[in-house]
Design a protein around this ligand. Structure first.
Ligand SMILES: Nc1ncnc2c1ncn2[C@@H]1O[C@H](COP(=O)(O)OP(=O)(O)OP(=O)(O)O)[C@@H](O)[C@H]1O
Ligand SMILES: [Mg+2]
Length: 441
């Protein structure tokens, strides 16, 4: 911003200097009365003629006679004065007596004696060639034009960059989401352009994520709906009660799957909704982990999965959103049950600033190349496409939103027990607590 004003100052100073040192001296040159030798000769001839004309007049009538001829003379005006009122050198006196026109010190002033009297004819108000009022108007117009020209020069670059930005905004608004301003960092509107470009990138990403989501949702809905339609058709043509019951059971499975998909989608959407902040409160970490494991205990027992929990330090309290954190941990432990074999280890540690939860399993693990993408919605690895093991691929996307909304992070690694290690990190410093309290209000 400051650079913009420096530029303006420099441009104005340059214009003013140009006007002061070039235009004004030029005007003065044009305006100051100067007589060329031939002008002076013409003037003298005119004066001799006037002298001859006036010398035959009565002294009292000379003024009137002079006034009568005055309008015909354009470059100069004449007047009459008494010789005693002018200070003259001896030489000037002598030359006047001899009947010569005499130049005196005041520029452009010539005197001529009118015999037989003490009267002198004097040039007065000698007009310079550029002294007309039209010339003055033109000269001042040039000065103002130079200042305006300087201003225009300064404004031009801003105007051009704003025009580029306006055009980019218009094209973006017309749906060309790839358009960016492309202005350099040296442009005077660079801060605005950078904001526009980053806003455009965010909107483009959002729009493409939304349309990818819509595609994925449609794709996920299609399979159970198609199965449902098929079962319905078979139900219509069923011949006995047993067959009918089988089709109805298949249809209710499909409905349950649809219901689960919709409720997972709602959870995912709710976590991303602006204005829905986490609700923090002080949580006893051991109790929190206990309740999560408790909610999955029956499933674990049914699958013969053993879970070991280690919490350091015991009796630790932390300011977290219990609902969001429980949702995240349940999804991760469920994955460990689904993709692991028989052992799950949950290790909780807490430093002054961070609550860290590791969930280790002894399954197939997650290949390094997929460790980022599995957190994207509907992303499942090929080996879990089978419905018997894989779900919709929304579980980890929900985990990421639930944890990052609390300022935390989630990542996957190799586990020392052979499978995958999911690590949740939640900030628990007093800063977070105070932010949490403010947010809770
Ligand atoms: N503990 C794990 N071990 C190995 N692979 C895993 C593990 N957890 C997740 N994955 C892989 O990451 C993918 C995404 O997991 P996510 O929880 O998002 O979806 P899902 O379990 O397939 O379905 P959902 O959780 O929606 O029912 C899984 O399909 C699976 O391939
Ligand atoms: Mg899952």
């Amino acid at each position: 911003m400051l650079r913009t004003f420096y530029k303006l100052y420099l441009t104005l100073i340059a214009s003013i200097l140009l006007a002061v040192f070039v235009v004004v001296p030029g005007m003065q040159y044009m305006l100051i009365p100067r007589l060329t030798p031939s002008d002076a000769n013409d003037l003298r001839s005119t004066m001799y003629i006037l002298r001859d004309m006036l010398s035959v007049q009565d002294e009292a009538k000379r003024e009137k006679a002079l006034d009568e001829v005055q309008p015909t003379l354009t470059m100069v005006r004449f007047d009459l004065l008494d010789r005693s009122s002018v200070v003259l050198t001896d030489d000037q006196q002598r030359r006047l007596d001899l009947g010569y026109a005499v130049d005196i010190d005041t520029p452009g002033t010539i005197l001529l004696a009118i015999p037989p009297s003490h009267q002198l004819l004097r040039t007065r108000d000698l007009q310079a060639p550029g002294a007309s009022s039209l010339f003055r108007v033109v000269a001042w117009t040039v000065v103002v034009a130079m200042l305006l020209g300087g201003l225009f020069f300064w404004l031009r670059s801003h105007w051009r960059d704003l025009e580029i930005l306006r055009e980019a905004a218009q094209r973006f608004g017309d749906g060309q989401l790839h358009v960016r301003s492309g202005l350099s960092a040296r442009s005077s509107v660079a801060p605005l352009a950078t904001r526009f470009d980053s806003m455009a990138s965010r909107i483009q990403t959002l729009v493409s994520t939304q349309s990818e989501m819509i595609n994925a949702i449609s794709h996920e809905l299609r399979t159970p709906i198609a199965r449902f339609g098929f079962a319905l058709a078979l139900l219509k043509s069923a011949r006995d009660e047993g067959e009918r019951r089988r089709h109805i059971a298949a249809m209710s499975d499909d409905m349950a799957e649809l219901d689960q998909l919709v409720s997972e989608l709602l959870s995912y959407g709710a976590l991303g909704q602006p204005g829905r902040d986490p609700e923090y409160c002080q949580v006893d970490i051991a109790e929190f982990i206990d309740s999560v494991i408790g909610s999955l205990a029956l499933e674990m027992e049914a699958r013969d999965i053993h879970c070991r929990v280690t919490i350091l330090p015991t009796g630790a309290m932390a300011p977290i959103d219990p609902k969001r954190s429980a949702r995240a941990l349940i999804n991760i432990v469920r994955n460990a049950m689904r993709y692991g074999r028989s052992q799950i280890n949950i290790t909780v540690t807490m430093t002054g600033e961070m609550l860290v939860i590791h969930v280790d399993d002894d399954g197939i693990g997650v290949p390094e190349a997929d460790r980022k993408s599995i957190f994207e919605p509907f992303h499942r690895l090929d080996r879990s496409r089978d419905r018997s093991t894989g779900g919709f691929g929304l579980g980890l996307a929900i985990v990421r939103r639930a944890i990052t909304s609390q300022g935390g992070s989630v990542e996957v690694d190799d586990s020392p027990t052979g499978g995958a290690r999911f690590t949740l990190r939640l900030p628990v410093s007093t800063d977070v607590e105070s932010t949490a309290n403010t947010k809770a209000k």
